[in-house]
Design a protein around this ligand. Structure first.
Ligand SMILES: [Zn+2]
Length: 321
C-alpha cells in the first residue's frame, strides 16, 4: 500500500514538473523567483524588490584594477567574469508612507528586467499606493521604471532627486559637452524624468536635512555628479542605501580603488566609496545596494586591508537578524 502511494506521488510530481501548466509559470517575462524580501528596521519596514537580473561582463565593466585582479577576485568568490547582476529597488514603509528608493528599468532592457511592479504586487502593494520615490541617480536602471511608455508608472508619487543631479542631466547644454558614450544618460533623463517634472511631481533637494522623518539624503558624488545615498533610521536601527557607489562586492570590497566604466568621475567615486565603506564597517549599520546579489541587504565588515560582504541572514518572519 505504501509503495502504491509512493508511486502515485512520484507520478503526480512528474506530471506537475513536465505539464504545460508548469512550463507556463517559467516564461521569461515574469520573475521566476519570489522577487521581494522584507525585513523590519525599527518601526519601519524595508522591502527589497527585484527588477530582475542581467548578465554583466565584470572584467570589462570594472576598471583601475591590476592585470588579472578582477578575474582572480571573481574566481575566489566562485563567480565567472560574466555574472547575473541583480537590479534591486527598495520599498520603505515609514510612518504610514510608502517610499520607493529607485524605480528599476520598466521596458528599457527587455524581458529579463522590469519587474519592480510585479514584485510590488506580490508583496501586496499597487503602484498607485506609492507616496514618494527617492532616486539615487539618473541612470536608466534606476529611473526607467518611472514611466511605462508615456504613462507615469506611479501616478500618486512625488519623485525626489538631488538638485545637482537633476540640473546636470536635464540641461541639453551638458549633453552637447558630454562624451559620446555618456549622451544616452541625458536621453534617459528626458524620456523618464522630464515628464515627471512637467507634471509638477519632481522635487529637488540640496542635502540640507530630512526628506521625511528618519530619512536623510547624503551627498555621495562621483558615480554621477549629484549621486545621493539615503539613510533610513528608526528606533536606533539604520540602513544606508548606497545606489551604484558599490557595484561588485567580490571585487570592490577587497579592492575599493577598482572603479566602473559607468562612473562619471571614477576618482571621486572611489573616494566616496572608501569613505562610505569605512563608516559602514565602523558603525556596523545595514546597507542596501542596488547591484549586489538580491536582496542586496547586508553589512560591511573589515577584512585585512579591505572589506567583505556579510549578507542578511534569511528570515522567514522578516526580522532580518
Ligand atoms: Zn549607475
Amino acid at each position: 500500500m505504501k509503495n502504491l502511494i509512493k508511486a502515485i506521488l512520484c507520478m503526480a510530481i512528474v506530471f506537475v514538473i513536465y505539464s504545460p501548466y508548469a512550463k507556463a509559470q517559467h516564461t521569461p517575462n515574469s520573475l521566476n523567483q519570489p522577487g521581494y524580501y522584507h525585513m523590519a528596521l525599527g518601526d519601519f519596514e524595508v522591502i527589497a524588490l527585484s527588477d530582475g537580473t542581467t548578465p554583466q561582463k565584470l572584467n570589462e565593466l570594472l576598471t583601475n584594477a591590476k592585470p588579472g585582479e578582477v578575474e582572480r577576485l571573481l574566481k575566489q568568490h566562485y563567480q565567472a567574469s560574466i555574472i547575473e547582476c541583480s537590479v534591486n529597488a527598495y520599498l520603505v514603509k515609514a510612518n504610514g508612507k510608502l517610499i520607493l528608493i529607485d524605480a528599476g528599468t520598466s521596458d528599457v532592457y527587455g524581458l529579463a528586467l522590469g519587474h519592480i511592479a510585479e514584485g510590488l504586487n506580490k508583496a501586496g502593494y499597487k503602484p498607485e499606493q506609492i507616496d514618494a520615490i527617492l532616486l539615487t541617480h539618473i541612470h536608466m536602471d534606476h529611473i526607467g521604471g518611472l514611466m511605462n511608455g508615456d504613462k507615469i508608472a506611479f501616478p500618486n508619487a512625488t519623485v525626489y532627486i538631488s538638485k545637482i543631479e537633476a540640473d546636470y542631466y536635464l540641461n541639453p547644454a551638458n549633453k552637447a559637452k558630454a562624451a559620446e558614450g555618456a549622451k544616452r544618460f541625458f536621453d534617459g533623463a528626458e524620456q523618464k524624468l522630464r515628464p515627471i517634472l512637467t507634471a509638477g511631481k519632481l522635487r529637488t533637494f540640496d542635502f540640507d536635512g530630512e526628506l521625511f522623518p528618519g530619512i536623510i539624503p547624503i551627498a555621495s558624488f562621483g558615480h554621477t555628479p549629484g549621486h545621493s545615498f539615503y539613510v533610513v533610521e528608526s528606533q536606533g536601527e539604520k540602513m544606508l542605501f548606497m545606489g551604484d557607489v558599490l557595484v561588485s562586492d567580490a571585487v570592490q570590497l577587497p579592492e575599493p580603488s577598482v572603479t566602473s566604466v559607468y562612473d562619471y568621475d571614477a576618482g571621486q567615486a572611489a573616494v566616496t566609496r572608501k569613505k562610505a565603506l569605512a563608516e559602514a564597517a565602523d558603525a556596523g549599520y545595514w546597507v542596501g545596494v542596488s547591484h549586489i546579489s538580491f536582496p542586496g541587504i547586508g553589512h560591511i565588515r573589515v577584512d585585512g586591508k579591505g572589506y567583505v560582504w556579510v549578507p542578511v541572514n534569511y528570515s522567514a518572519s522578516g526580522n532580518g537578524q
